[in-house]
Design a binder for this molecule. Structure first.
Ligand code: URA
Length: 271
């Protein structure tokens, strides 16, 4: 679709006036504007459409820039008053692991005990299973980016929680969501894979069971998303073969999206 000069000058005038409004706000001491998820998404697609209409090339940041931007997000999380004020999350920040150059991001719900101890996501039993899944896809953990929606281990009533973990609450997910969205925006992977219901509902606002939601392609911030089971669900499953097979089908879909060629062995894992 092309636009004529009249429309271009209207868009241009609109952007100038928005820019001057934001400068005025900044001068009066407002340094950030909070956008709802919806508004952020609309703004993002408007940006994309304007860039393409005006033939503006937006080069991807270099690896070094991406790493610095990810570090910056980590630092923002650690300084976030909103998160601290909740008072329901523990102190130790567990951010992400892997490469900012990844073509695929795996997103879980929140760190558990082992993750908190090591300061890295997915290093406990479910992390070990996730590593096996990544390896079965022909990848290593270093080739992918692994993160969680909630970046601190949720507190359990009473404080002394030993090994007990709790599912993050809605409010904890909502307050943490902007950070994972920023991570996706910096990395710009070909695909995001959410692990489990919390990440699926948080990121995509989908209600319903995972079994009914999996097997399809979704989109968030212009990036393709698939949803699959959390590895911890597979570890507890009463039908482990059926659920492992389903998860592997999801990973084959992921590999297709990534343009990876499946080997005969990969195609036949569960045949
Ligand atoms: N479960 C998660 O969702 N994330 C982790 O990092 C570990 C377990």
């Amino acid at each position: 679709m092309t636009i004529d000069n009249q429309k271009r000058s209207k868009i241009s005038a609109g952007l100038k006036s928005l820019s001057s409004h934001l400068h005025d706000m900044n001068r009066s001491g407002i340094s950030s504007v909070k956008l709802t998820d919806d508004a952020a998404e609309k703004l993002n697609s408007l940006k994309k459409s304007i860039n393409s209409q005006f033939n503006i090339e937006c080069p991807d940041p270099s690896t070094k820039d991406k790493a610095a931007l990810i570090k910056n997000i980590k630092s923002k999380v650690s300084r976030s008053k909103e998160i601290k004020e909740l008072g329901t999350l523990r102190e130790k920040l567990v951010f992400s692991s892997g490469t900012p150059e990844a073509k695929i991001i795996f997103i879980g719900e929140a760190p558990g005990r082992e993750e908190e101890e090591q300061g890295k996501p997915f290093v406990g039993p479910s992390g070990q299973l996730l590593t096996k899944i990544i390896n079965a896809m022909g990848l290593n953990r270093e080739d992918v980016y692994i993160s969680n929606i909630v970046k601190y281990r949720p507190k359990v009533e009473g404080g002394n929680q030993g090994s007990s973990n709790r599912k993050p609450s809605n409010i904890e997910v909502q307050k943490s969501l902007p950070f994972i969205l920023e991570e996706i925006n910096v990395i710009k992977p070909l695909l995001v894979v959410t692990l489990g219901g919390t990440a699926m509902e948080g990121l995509l606002k989908i209600k319903g069971t995972l079994s009914a939601s999996r097997g399809k392609l979704y989109e968030k911030l212009g990036t393709k998303v698939i949803v699959t089971y959390h590895p911890s669900f597979l570890l507890r499953s009463k039908s482990p073969n059926r659920d492992k097979r389903r998860l592997w089908e999801d990973m084959m879909l992921a590999m297709n999206v990534l343009g990876m060629k499946l080997t005969e062995k990969q195609k036949n894992y569960f045949k």
